[in-house]
Design a protein around this ligand. Structure first.
Ligand SMILES: Cc1cc2nc3c(=O)[nH]c(=O)nc-3n(C[C@H](O)[C@H](O)[C@H](O)COP(=O)(O)O)c2cc1C
Length: 260
């Protein structure tokens, strides 16, 4: 039997037996994205912005680490999630779910807990001669299970009391997969990139915060955000109005093989 339900103020979803839940574009606040321009509400005022050229958006997106305190309107966040769920996914599983955190005290607490967690789970390296021994053919597999440490300067940063993993951004969107599966990381990462590009197109900054992922994926982290235990946290993304413009990060020349 078909059914409809409103998941938010703007998005109406229709359920059809054959296709499952689908967004009905006509009333989606983001449905006009394919048109020449899109009405975007950022920081409470409505602007009519031309849609960015796709390559301009891809090349111009930056990881933003300085934010204004202005809140991001709910309809804007809904647009970002709408962009995210239009990412491709393996076997069309669409395994993503989204948790939107907006309270600054909670964001401060998560930042604090995530930092402490990363410092606590810091892997202890074995003495170098043990890795040498493990390099012998019959023990080589042990080298592959060696825990990977972060670069030393990151532990230094994590130890600073005033370092905020979310850079005081007003919004954190956590993308988690609803269950384990072979391609959930890829699927959620594609959703994350769509979300970050859409944010950039709307004049917002964003940044993937890998440093918060491990703690958010703990039972404690999931409980804090009401994320079911069966979920896998993949991508914590901060969003907000940028303060200073982030400089472009140079790219290494890509290694490309042409096989004709
Ligand atoms: C999986 C992943 C994890 C990341 N984690 C962090 C992080 O914890 N903190 C941070 O400031 N930036 C983080 N970044 C952002 C990268 O540092 C950034 O993408 C890279 O330096 C290139 O800069 P750009 O995004 O401005 O092009 C992360 C990016 C990815 C893809």
């Amino acid at each position: 039997m078909d059914a409809t339900r409103v998941l938010s103020g703007k998005l109406l979803w229709r359920h059809e037996k054959q296709f499952g839940w689908t967004a009905i574009e006509e009333i989606s606040s983001c449905g006009k994205v394919q048109a020449e321009s899109v009405s975007i509400s950022v920081v409470g005022h409505q602007t009519r912005a031309p849609i960015m050229e796709l390559m301009e958006a891809i090349l111009g997106r930056r990881s933003v680490r300085d934010y204004r305190t202005d809140p991001v309107p709910q309809e804007t966040i809904i647009c970002l999630i709408d962009a995210a769920i239009h990412a491709p996914s393996a076997i069309n599983q669409q395994p993503w779910s989204f948790s939107v955190v907006r309270g600054q005290p909670l964001l401060d607490q998560i930042s604090h807990d995530a930092k402490a967690h990363m410092l606590n789970v810091r892997p202890t390296a074995l003495p170098a001669h043990l890795y040498e021994t493990l390099g012998k053919p019959d023990l080589a597999h042990m080298l592959n299970v060696r825990p990977t440490a972060l670069p030393a300067h990151l532990y230094e940063t994590l130890g600073k009391p005033d370092f905020h993993v979310f850079y005081h951004a007003p919004v954190l969107i956590v993308i988690s997969a609803i269950e384990r599966g072979p391609w959930i990381a890829e699927d959620c990462a594609l959703a994350a990139e769509n979300l970050m590009l859409a944010a950039h197109g709307m004049g917002l900054g964003s940044c993937w915060i890998g440093l918060a992922q491990a703690w958010l994926d703990t039972p404690n982290g999931k409980e804090t955000l009401g994320i079911p235990d069966s979920h896998v946290v993949v991508a914590p993304i901060i969003v907000g109005v940028p303060g200073t413009v982030a400089p472009a990060v140079p790219r290494k020349a890509p290694e490309v093989r042409w096989i004709d």
